[in-house]
Write a protein that binds this ligand. Structure first.
Ligand SMILES: [Zn+2]
Length: 474
């Protein structure tokens, strides 16, 4: 879930930028003589996000933050594998001052160009070679304003800070290959003044206090896209419990939000149990939530293991963010064009939960949306048909209404075609087939067609997934 503020923007700009970026980095086929890795990962909306020529395996981040001075000091140890011969490679880092960069323990030359940190190792890297980069950096971490006007990166809060990364904010607090197509495991250590706490993804791996400062260690052993990494620093009430299947649950709640959050967070294990029955085995080693004050963050985000909420969530929002652990976090988009595979599924999860718990059926939700009376305001009902969910017109539209609601309507059309039983199997099968991987829209349509070979889905894809405007029939 992200703030959903549709804005208009010139169509074709993203495509033009992509063409320019591909021209600049040449083809990805180069090997043998070696050359620089590319400055982007080929994303149609964020052409400078991610980089070419290597695959990150693990990030070890050692961070220290002083909230009063708003100063972050970091050492990022990145273990990666070259996917071609490399004389140089890029990392994404926005703002902050770089101190030193080493590759394989040797000082490397480096330069900066906007968000690109270009590293030239002393010796070229061979294709398939594993290498270790250490970047030491410091400074005042920035807040990044997205094309849709929402804020991410490093957000200062009343009592600390909150790092959020969808789609491009993670480059504001650590250097990396910041595109969802390159997942990695993480170890994140955060040192903060004693009395504050640092919460992150994965599972806690120890804490120690020395000289008035406490270091909190977190470990993520399943692959994670960097936009799902988070650090939350502040004073939190900590809750620990387990789900029905024994999964550890760790929650961190701002004390101001504790009373308002209690009832809904008590149901978190029940939501995970329901989601496991509906979507298959939970893909990670722990679950949870982070609840901040509403004035500290403008939206919820499905940060891996423990989604962040802007104040106490309602049950529907909790269901949405937990469903993202399967759809978005385990099965991640190949590019930002595939956002409907995150948001359409997480929105449909809300419809399913409601249907399973005595509320209106998914069919009723679909009908109300199609009729134009679902949202309280006419503008949002109209915005549903602004563009096809599988083809947002620009970077400002990847979190807009059609991606969520019309994306969910696509899934409902598939359900109507194959029936409830086959659709239930399809939800689980899709999560299983791409578990801990990446997938795009073409992979989804191919999967659906393969799972029901006797059915014809062409009309659904043409009208609901790729078609402009409101389909003629519901
Ligand atoms: Zn969402």
């Amino acid at each position: 879930m992200r703030s959903s503020r549709p804005r208009s923007g010139p169509r074709g700009v993203a495509a033009a930028l992509l063409a320019a970026s591909l021209a600049a980095c040449g083809s990805g086929a180069g090997s043998g003589s070696g050359g620089p890795g590319g400055p982007g990962a080929g994303d149609p909306y964020f052409p400078r996000s991610g980089n070419g020529g290597y695959d990150v395996l693990h990030y070890a981040l050692d961070l220290s933050y002083e909230p009063r001075a708003h100063r972050l000091t970091g050492a990022a140890t990145i273990t990666a594998r070259a996917t071609r011969d490399l004389t140089a490679f890029h990392l994404d880092l926005e703002g902050l001052d770089v101190g030193t960069v080493t590759v394989g323990g040797a000082d490397a030359r480096w330069s900066r160009d906007g968000q690109e940190l270009v590293v030239r190792p002393r010796e070229a890297l061979d294709r398939d070679a594993r290498f270790r980069v250490v970047v030491r950096y410091s400074g005042a971490p920035r807040t990044v304003t997205d094309p849709d006007g929402s804020q991410e990166g490093w957000l200062r809060t009343a009592d600390g800070a909150l790092a959020l990364g969808q789609p491009v904010g993670s480059m504001a607090w650590f250097p990396g290959n910041h595109h969802p197509s390159d997942k990695a495991t993480y170890g994140i250590a955060v040192t903060v003044p004693k009395g504050l706490r640092a919460v992150s993804n994965g599972e806690p791996a120890g804490e120690e206090t020395k000289d008035g400062r406490t270091t909190y260690r977190w470990r993520t052993t399943e692959p994670m896209a960097s936009y799902l990494a988070t650090v939350a620093i502040g004073r939190y009430g900590i809750g620990r419990t387990t789900t029905g299947s024994g999964l550890p649950v760790y929650t961190a709640v701002d004390p101001e939000q504790a009373d308002a959050s209690r009832a809904v967070l008590d149901r978190l294990p029940e939501v995970v149990d329901w989601a496991e029955r509906t979507f298959g085995p939970y893909p990670f080693s722990s679950a949870g939530a982070i609840v901040e004050r509403p004035e500290d963050v403008g939206y919820a985000l499905e940060t891996q293991n423990r989604p962040v909420f802007p104040g106490a969530p309602d049950l529907a929002l909790l269901v949405h963010e937990i469903a993202h652990q399967w759809y978005g976090n385990s099965v991640s988009p190949r590019t930002w064009r595939d956002m409907w595979l995150n948001e359409g599924f997480a929105t449909y999860a809300q419809w399913l939960w409601q249907e399973d718990h005595g509320g209106g059926s998914a069919q009723q939700t679909f009908d109300a949306l199609y009729a134009g009376g679902y949202f309280p305001d006419a503008g949002t009902n109209e915005a549903l048909w602004a563009f096809p969910p599988a083809d947002p017109p620009d970077a400002a539209s990847i979190s807009a209404t059609p991606v969520y609601w019309r994306g969910a309507m696509v899934l409902h059309k598939v359900r109507q075609r194959v029936g409830d039983e086959a659709f239930g199997a399809l939800l689980k099968g899709w999560a299983r087939e791409h578990r801990h991987g990446n997938a795009d829209t073409a992979a989804f349509t191919a999967y659906v067609e393969r799972s029901a070979t006797e059915e014809d889905f062409d009309g659904i894809w043409e009208e609901w997934l790729y078609g402009e405007g409101r389909p003629e029939r519901p």
